[in-house]
Design a protein around this ligand. Structure first.
Ligand SMILES: [Fe+2]
Length: 434
């Protein structure tokens, strides 16, 4: 049977198709040279933004037969990362990249648990299944049906990317594909609560104000908060995807850790290899900057991404498409260098992580020193950790929190040279926070 006929058969007979997608091959087809991008960068707008900046559907052509759709679903902008971009890829199978988060959980997480902020009336009025409605109606708009989805590829194991997966799996029997390094997050029913409990001592050691989060968790019925997904196909190596023995050149997976341990990018090529789109999850974002979970891994990932010279468009999981991704990488590298410098200079006198995070201008937005804010704390911490690893800072427990201070008073440039060496030395094993 020829490749196309087998692919058509696979699409018709989904039960066979699903059972036979077995693994990502070892083959690295990154050597394939693409012709210069022809510039489909704008795509065709099928549905514009609805209220709250989500609901948009954009179509990109991948040749005569295949299409790629961007579908934007609700996630709060003010307190969260903003609407989540999902992608539907027509290939030898129908693939949904990420699932978004239910509106119900978005309300709970960002307004109640996280910050105990009062919810704007218009957000409160949104139906609990608003994100689902957005996704399902968008898929209909593409001419496909939710039940046709063969695979969910998860760019990483953060809740705003997979918490709606359960519903889709129930409806379509789809298989879930994710990197093994994020599979513990995705498969664990208590991942969210575990994250908050595990990191609680660390937040307190940062000097962050206490919050009533623990009490709120007790008030919630955590036994009912289970959005875990079984990862059917764990990814471990970079390579092409293998559908039922068909290994198209059109899809290629790269492991890009840093934002999370198991972050991946999916590179989608057009039929004639004239275009390559990179669906990068949260690893590159525009205009916001991603939060690294591990700054060393993240900076190494940026360097590796720089080696991809044939990408015509980067489609991230939040915010806008990135046309010049090399330029975006430069900007993100400069951004982290600047934040390392601010951190180093702040530590002329001993400072806790929370004191660093709440310095004026450390973040573009105001961080209230009196409010529990784990993302702000984590961001300052990864920069202080890297400076400590490079020997620029030392730390000690002072006045109820761990404080960082300059080791010898040398210039930032000297410390940054050593930071660069750490990033270059791929063999160094880092055991931060463990
Ligand atoms: Fe994320």
């Amino acid at each position: 049977m020829g490749k196309n006929r087998r692919a058509e058969q696979a699409l018709k007979d989904k039960s066979v198709s699903m059972s036979e997608l077995n693994r990502v091959s070892l083959g690295v087809s990154g050597k394939t040279k693409l012709k210069k991008a022809k510039g489909q960068q704008k795509g065709k707008l099928l549905r514009t933004d609805q209220a709250y900046g989500s609901g948009r559907v954009v179509e990109y052509r991948l040749g005569r037969r295949r299409r790629l759709f961007q579908i934007t679903t609700f996630c709060p902008q003010a307190l969260g990362p903003g609407p989540t971009n999902l992608y539907l890829i027509e290939d030898d199978a129908l693939i949904l990249v990420d699932t978004g988060l239910s509106t119900n959980m978005a309300k709970e997480l960002f307004y109640f648990w996280h910050n105990n902020q009062s919810m704007p009336a218009e957000i409160e009025a949104l139906p609990d299944d608003y994100s689902e409605q957005e996704l399902f109606s968008a898929i209909k708009l593409t001419g496909r049906d939710i039940k046709e989805i063969d695979y969910i590829f998860l760019t990483h194991g953060h809740i705003d990317h997979y918490f709606l997966g359960r519903k889709i799996v129930e409806l379509s029997g789809t298989k879930v594909v994710a990197h093994v390094s994020d599979s513990d997050n995705i498969s664990n029913p208590w991942t969210l609560v575990k994250f908050l409990f595990d990191r609680w001592p660390m937040f307190m050691a940062m000097g962050m104000p206490r919050s009533k989060l623990h009490e709120r968790l007790k008030e919630s019925n955590i036994a009912e908060i289970d959005f875990s997904l079984h990862v059917d196909i764990p990814l471990v190596v970079d390579g092409s995807v293998n559908f039922q023995g068909i290994q198209p050149d059109s899809l290629f997976i790269r492991h890009f850790p840093g934002h999370s341990p198991g972050s991946i990018a999916i590179i989608v090529r057009s039929d004639e290899n004239e275009e390559a789109f990179m669906l990068c999850g949260d690893t590159l974002l525009y205009p916001i900057t991603p939060h690294p979970d591990d700054l060393v891994a993240y900076l190494r990932t940026l360097r590796k991404m720089r080696g991809l010279d044939n990408i015509s468009l980067v489609l991230p999981a939040h915010g806008k498409a990135i046309i010049n991704f090399q330029q975006r990488i430069n900007t993100l590298e400069r951004h982290h260098r600047y934040r390392l410098k601010l951190t180093y200079e702040a530590c002329k006198t001993p400072r806790s992580i929370w004191q660093i995070a709440t310095l004026p201008k450390y973040f573009d937005v105001y961080v209230d020193p009196n409010k529990f804010n784990p993302l702000a704390g984590q961001e300052a911490m990864v920069h202080a950790e890297l400076l400590q690893l490079a020997g620029g800072l030392r730390r000690s427990h002072v006045d109820g929190a761990v404080h960082y201070f300059q080791n010898s008073g040398e210039s930032f440039e000297e410390v940054y040279d050593r930071v660069q060496k750490i990033i270059t030395d791929e063999h160094s094993t880092l055991l931060l926070r463990r």
